[in-house]
Design a protein around this ligand. Structure first.
Ligand code: G3I
Length: 316
């Protein structure tokens, strides 16, 4: 059958998946990743705790391995992520740094990491998850030091480090129209108006079977109207276990709806799922009793959701 990546290419979009170094060592998994997807996001291996485990000491082995796997498979890389509040190394979270020190630490990190991958990543999630659910700014070490200004600082530093990479702000629960996506919209609008180098917004897409929000296409359209690219960056649609045929059918329609919303807007450039097989997923660890959120089952057999995505891209 025609792989998803060929169908997506004909529609002018990319189809990606997240993967970690460990997962890519599973040969059966790596083969499906290479066959079906033309973009790869390192699930953990370019995060701050992985890339700067001690202050000023950078470690790129893991990230490089993901980039190499992508290169071998003819896949682009979405870099993930430069500035976030989570998966930070202890030296940073426990360091009690002044704002001046944090400013230098953040700029140095971006210069080193985005500089190391200069020319090798298609896009960077420069800032990840800046908002709370009500649209207020999340309280983090970055906002405590700089308020919202850290976003512009990070984007400018990333542009300097890798002028060719598309620079994104990425968040979850911002797929439909709601207070959080309004806040992301207002931030993006203000950044664009101020001439800050922002190229796109990432809508992560950690969704629940039967509860996909409406308004996804309208939401994508309003970001596109700002002149920005939009990417679905971390799509998975989880269900309460056990799996049933009915839940799988609903999940398939949910995946179809998200892909169709992206395909309806020309500035929606890619759909990335957060992993592709229920063999490896963050969901069971973080939401006990839930899972089965991806396109392939644990044995790498395509699920109804795979068929729905295949059809949405125009395949049989
Ligand atoms: O590395 C340690 C390992 O040494 C230890 O033995 C093991 C025991 O639990 O934990 C390992 O760290 C785990 C790490 O993944 C690497 O596997 C952490 O506990 C675990 O919390 C961490 O989860 C990651 C999560 O981000 C953390 O926030 C997931 O793998 C990763 O898929 C997930 O990805 C995030 C995106 O970056 C941002 N959007 C949400 C998405 C899902 O949470």
């Amino acid at each position: 059958d025609v792989p998803l990546r060929d169908l997506a290419a004909e529609r002018g979009v990319r189809i990606g998946s997240a993967a970690t170094v460990e997962e890519l060592r599973d040969g059966e998994y790596a083969a499906v990743s290479a066959r079906e997807f033309d973009m790869l996001t390192p699930g953990n291996d370019m995060k701050w705790d992985a890339t700067e485990p001690a202050r000023g000491v950078f470690s790129f082995e893991r990230g490089d391995a993901v980039v190499e796997a992508a290169r071998a498979a003819g896949q682009q890389v979405r870099g993930h992520t430069l500035v976030w509040h989570s998966q930070l190394p202890g030296w940073l979270t426990e360091g009690d740094f002044s704002a001046v020190e944090l400013d230098g630490i953040m700029r140095h990190h971006i210069a080193e990491v985005a500089g190391h991958y200069r020319g090798e990543v298609y896009a960077w999630d420069v800032v990840n998850e800046p908002f709370n659910e009500d649209g207020s700014l999340r309280d983090t070490l970055w906002t405590r030091a700089f308020g919202v200004d850290y976003v512009a600082t990070a984007l400018r530093a990333a542009r300097e480090a890798d002028p060719g990479a598309k620079l994104y702000v990425n968040d979850y629960n911002v797929e439909g129209l709601n207070a959080k996506s309004d806040a992301l919209y207002e931030l993006a609008r203000d950044l664009v108006a101020a001439g800050v180098p922002l190229d796109g917004v990432g809508l992560q897409g950690h969704l629940i079977v039967g509860a996909v929000p409406g308004g996804i296409r309208e939401n994508i359209e309003r970001f596109a109207a700002l002149g920005l690219d939009v990417a679905i960056t971390e799509l998975d649609i989880r269900m309460g276990l056990p799996v049933t045929a009915e839940k799988l059918a609903t999940q398939a329609e949910d995946y179809r709806a998200v892909v169709e919303a992206c395909l309806a807007v020309s500035r929606c450039v890619s759909v990335t799922t957060w992993g592709f097989t229920d063999r490896y997923s963050w969901i069971p660890d973080h939401f006990p009793g839930e899972g089965a959120a991806l396109l392939f089952d644990e044995d790498l057999r395509p699920k109804p959701a795979y068929d729905a995505v295949h059809q949405a891209f125009g395949g049989g």
